[in-house]
Design a protein around this ligand. Structure first.
Ligand code: SF4
Length: 439
């Protein structure tokens, strides 16, 4: 049966679900809406899969489904990804009524296309067969790059594990996985890395929600990939508190090509961090940064600056942190404008903020700020951030920093400490993590 997978937005890398399903399904056609936005030929398709990996992709998926409901009518339509159930609830009720829709996670989807070979996803740590087939995808050259030392480097992508052991309250991974993880078979992950290396990748992003969820599994994979391929570099994502707790693992990663770590700092306000259930303090953010810099590893912090509990000083604290850490050239400016998303399955306690009624347009519950001036400030920052292209982020940072300083009446900026950050390694796609601008 011909299956068409409509990939909406995979943070700038090749459609990962498309690569994994292509390895087990002979008649799969992957269409990436970000690279091929034209009409999709669904004639003869026996099934259509539409991905909803995160908020941005889900907005694109909603638009695609509602605009193409005539083409989709009469075919089974599978919504796949972390936001699948959130997307299904947000669709126009008449569209939901008309189409034959089902929301699946990755295990269920694999079972649908081919009986499962992996483990039992109801167990705390499942083992998962992993194969990826990238021949049917668009070339790596059409996806995000890494800019380092004046070179533009093709960026491969793999996942050694999925799910997350942690339960940060605002996180869509936590809402779906509820503390469970699954590890991908190491041989399959290494084979995929080698294949992408053959196709030109020289930097690899491990997309595991937290690389330290299964360190005995993930760290040896990175080290083995470095042993086999030599001069390649990597980035991983690790929670602030885990970086601080497991300093001993950083040396073995730094020596094997780890270029930078993405870490969800979110805020430097103790109140906001507590409301998000982050499990780290502002002091631990500084500590994690220092541990990485001491080893020549970069930090790419992500933020959720705008929450119901945010003050204007909190926004300035984030910008001061970026400035004083010499990170203005690596942080994607969209990060300074992100607002908390609270979909229906969010673990956030909505009784503790100014949350309004459910709004399908934002796929969740909007909120009112305690300080009403924050709404206008967020819009101004979002406007500046949206005008920024790929890379060259420092100029936009400066415009946002000056805007916020002026807003708060600060006329002079203190001298910043000497640079300890390593040479910047910049990702060309301004991607979004657990949240996104919603207006
Ligand atoms: S924010 Fe990161 S560490 Fe926290 S639950 Fe989500 S994926 Fe896990």
């Amino acid at each position: 049966m011909r299956t068409v997978l409509v990939s909406t937005y995979d943070l700038g890398h090749q459609p990962q679900l498309g690569a994994e399903l292509a390895a087990i399904c002979d008649d799969l056609e992957v269409v990436d809406l970000t690279r091929s936005p034209g009409a999709i030929d669904l004639a003869g398709a026996g099934r259509v899969i539409v991905t909803a990996p995160m908020f941005t992709g889900s907005v694109a998926a909603k638009e695609y489904i509602e605009d193409h409901q005539d083409d989709l009518a009469g075919k089974p339509v599978v919504l796949a990804g972390l936001y699948a159930s959130v997307l299904e609830s947000a669709l126009d009720p008449a569209v939901r009524e008309r189409l034959s829709l089902r929301s699946f996670d990755r295990f269920q989807l694999q079972d649908l296309l081919k009986p499962a070979k992996g483990g039992d996803p109801s167990r705390p740590t499942a083992k998962r067969a992993y194969r990826a087939e990238r021949r049917g995808l668009l070339p790596l050259a059409q996806y995000r790059k890494v800019l380092a030392k004046g070179a533009s480097i093709a960026n491969g992508y793999v996942e050694a594990s999925i799910g997350c052991r942690h339960r940060c309250l605002h996180c869509p991974v936590a809402a779906v996985w509820d503390g469970r993880i699954a590890v991908n078979d190491a041989a399959g992950v290494l084979a995929d890395i080698e294949e992408q290396h053959r196709l030109g990748a020289r930097h690899f992003s491990f997309g595991d929600p937290d690389f330290f969820n299964a360190p005995q599994h993930t760290i040896p994979i990175l080290q083995e990939a470095h042993r086999r391929l030599g001069e390649v570099t990597f980035d991983i994502t690790v929670k602030v508190s885990e970086l601080v707790k497991h300093e001993e693992w950083l040396d073995g990663l730094a020596e094997n090509g780890l270029a930078f770590v993405i870490s969800a700092v979110e805020s430097l306000s103790p109140e906001v961090l507590a409301k998000l259930g982050k499990g780290h303090t502002p002091e631990e953010v500084f500590k994690a940064r220092d541990l990485l810099f001491e080893r020549g590893v970069g930090l790419h912090p992500t933020f959720v600056p705008f929450t119901p509990w945010t003050t204007r000083d909190d926004i300035l604290d984030i910008l001061d942190f970026v400035w004083n850490s010499h990170l203005e050239d690596v942080v994607e400016p969209v990060q300074y404008s992100i607002e908390l998303l609270t979909p229906q399955n969010s673990l956030i306690d909505r009784a503790q903020g100014g949350f309004l009624s459910y709004d399908p347009d934002v796929m969740g519950y909007p909120f009112e700020y305690r300080d009403s001036a924050l709404s206008a400030l967020q819009r101004k920052i979002a406007l500046l951030a949206s005008a920024c292209g790929d890379g060259g982020y420092a100029g936009t940072f400066e415009a946002i920093y000056s805007l916020v300083e002026t807003d708060l009446g600060r006329s002079e900026r203190a001298a910043r400490p000497a640079r300890r950050a390593p040479e910047p390694v910049v990702v060309t796609e301004p991607w979004f993590c657990c949240a996104a601008p919603i207006r």
